[in-house]
Design a protein around this ligand. Structure first.
Ligand code: ZN
Ligand code: ZN
Length: 251
């Protein structure tokens, strides 16, 4: 997995959520254009964890930018709720053209093809086995189990299913989980369904294993130093790896 965007805010030094599984398949579309360039044309599958802007930002513009050179329909995967939000609010012929109705330039297929995925079902998507599960963030949002090895929570608050999966299935050895806000913003974190260092610490008490490699992502970049300091204060900094743009995880 190559991290194209590891953060919860876009600045000159931080890019939004995008996780390339291989050249054909990516999770979330927060940073596809600047990171991939023409390699975007190799993409076939885009999995969307939820429709928050930081996870879909480059989707409309990338389709438009590369339209004339696209040879195959781009498959967009998400829960019914997520697909509906994207269709009704972005590709609605008002904010942006409905590319699921616009044919590729050679007329062979539609430019975008939406695919609904359901929680707790396994799907073969490109070269990967993906199982979506409810991650407690927005209505219809998903975490993904990838290749029965990694649990990728995406944005999340309380993590019942995440701990359940990891405690029951010892094949799962990698966890990518978020910390968005410093602990003093607990109220905001609870309202917006995100984690702080203290909330992550208390959530991790439900993990009954110590052999899971834990990666932290989605830090709101303006609080980066504060969050690192707090992760140290709660004793987590040495137990997790902080993801950065361009980090690579072997999955
Ligand atoms: Zn979100
Ligand atoms: Zn987000």
């Amino acid at each position: 997995m190559k991290v194209l965007g590891a953060f919860g805010s876009k600045t000159q030094d931080s890019q939004l959520s995008s996780y390339l599984l291989d050249e054909h398949t990516v999770i979330d579309a927060g940073n596809l254009i600047q990171s991939l360039g023409d390699d975007f044309l190799k993409l076939e599958n885009i999995l969307i964890t939820h429709a928050h802007f930081d996870h879909i930002l480059d989707l409309p513009t990338a389709i438009d930018t590369f339209y004339s050179r696209l040879k195959k329909s781009i498959n967009i995967f998400g829960t019914q709720e997520v697909i509906e939000i994207i269709q009704e609010n972005i590709f609605n012929d008002k904010v942006w053209p409905d590319f699921s109705k616009i044919p590729l330039i050679d007329g062979s297929d539609s430019t975008l093809t939406f695919h609904e995925i359901k929680y707790f079902k396994e799907y073969t998507i490109g070269n990967f086995i993906i199982e979506p599960y409810p991650n407690f963030h927005t209505f219809g949002s998903s975490g993904f189990i990838i290749n029965n090895k990694m649990v990728f929570t995406s944005d999340t608050f309380l993590c019942y299913h995440t701990w359940d999966f990891l405690n029951k299935n010892k094949n799962l050895t990698q966890l990518v989980i978020e910390v968005s806000f410093p602990s003093e913003f607990k109220r905001l974190a609870v309202m917006s369904k995100h984690l702080t260092p203290i909330l992550l610490k208390s959530e991790l008490e439900s993990l009954q294993r110590d052999d899971v490699k834990i990666y932290v992502n989605h830090i709101k970049y303006e609080y980066f130093d504060k969050i690192i300091k707090e992760l140290k204060a709660v004793g987590l900094y040495d137990k997790v790896t902080i993801l950065d743009d361009n980090s690579v995880i072997d999955i």
